[in-house]
Design a protein around this ligand. Sequence first.
Ligand code: VG1
Ligand code: CO
Length: 542
Amino acid sequence: MIQTVSTTPFSDQKPGTSGLRKKVRVFAQPHYAENFIQSVFDSLDGFAGQTLVVGGDGRYLNRDVIQTVLKMAAANGFGRVLVGQGGILSTPAASHLIRASGAFGGLILSASHNPGGPDEDFGIKYNIGNGGPAPEKVTDAIAARSLVIDRYRIAEAADADIDSLGTCQIGDMVVEIVDPVAAYADLMASLFDFDAIRAMIAGGFTLAFDSMSAVTGPYAKEIFERRLGAPAGTVMNGTPLPDFGHHHPDPNLVHAKALYERMMAPDGPDFGAASDGDGDRNLIIGRHCYVTPSDSLAVLAANAHLAPGYAQGLKGIARSMPTSGAADRVAEKLGIPLCETPTGWKFFGNLLDAGMATICGEESAGTGSDHVREKDGIWAVLLWLNILAARKQSVADIMTEHWATYGRNYYARHDYESIVKDKADALMAALRGRLDSLPGTSNSGGAIQSADDFAYTDPTDQSVSRNQGVRILFADGSRVVFRLSGTGTEGATLRVYIERYVGPDGDLRMETAEALAPLIAAAQELADIRGFTGMDRPSVIT
Ligand code: VG1
Ligand code: CO
């Protein structure tokens, strides 16, 4: 029995950088999730009888919303839904499943690196048939629909058993519960030299992987412990919990501090890594050697040919605008194109589909390739391990050699969290108002060469995205970038990205904070962060 339920619109359902993210209490309002899901379906064409993929990172509400999605998908005419067993699918595994099954698209239930639990965050993201996040034309259509929606369709049916592999029916629609890990692990085995990594581990190489009580636990145990032979216990916090054990599943030096301290200990492991709530981000730390995400992208691109899946070389590299230029120097040396996109993985999909890039990355600890259409935390860790096994060097030695070859992009991101939204908007408006007058002036950071608000034209479909972040470029190649986060659920977060390049002959051994001090002062002078926000220092530095 299909019910058509009358509803009224919510005014706050415009997807952000990566889907719709809200507090659980917002999502738990009557009709809230249903309105959004129906707005997604109403924005799509031609899915009757087709396959939809559904899964999430296991956070609070995941199981409930999966049942809602199943009943609404049946009522809206999908032919089949594939669900990860237990409702679990990491974001990259969902991307792979969409591609491998020829699905029409997928709904990924996650607020990614945001905390979970009854008082924390939930999210829903729609991915298209290439396995990647819906592009802006689709998310804009969803947002527009959400503002006028007046009904949704839902099947009256019992909850499906999502914990047992196998199939069941809701009306005419087949629900298939699939193993969330196996196909993904097979894909990884097809890209990397598992024998070499296994031999390295058997030879005494030690690693630690922190799943942060989020979705990668089952994937990491299968891949690192079972298939690659790392000892039990290599994977820490390996059981997905609805509240991530009260931790913030963001793999940075603040929230993955325990791993960092272990890696800096005298007898720490050779290699440490962590992933985020939904498994698309990665943190890489060698023994006594933290690798910034922007540097990690550059090292992975420079060495990818050492892994079987990339032996034929890269077609191109893509990075988001705020990500450091370290990858640009690798692209230059390899003689391949470098694309600069706005923040968010949805901008990489077209480039990957068109064969214009093989590897992509963001400064926010996301790296991935054309094997799926999402960033992929475990993939990045495996590529690092493959490179370490092939080069037989430590992470620290690889970084030293990399900087000696390409120079070093000193880099940091300063986040100012929980700012009152109006004040954050006023800060950005003031900055934008001064863009024309800044070039030719000087401040603590040096002489400003140019200043703009980043706009991007997609080279494959010519779609234009404006207002993607204010860039202040200095004459010596240094930069300061300002933008507001599009993934938060409370107030506003100002992100300030600071970068300074030092060539191979320069001082490559500075502390990052010291190398960036003049630019950090310049950011304060340019944006009057203290004046607008009342904050003396950032909440998080990555
Ligand atoms: C942040 C990051 C961005 C990333 C996005 C989704 O967006 O800066 O690089 O793609 O999160 O990552 P924003 O708008 O808050 O800066 V995830 O792992 O939370 O899906
Ligand atoms: Co994520």
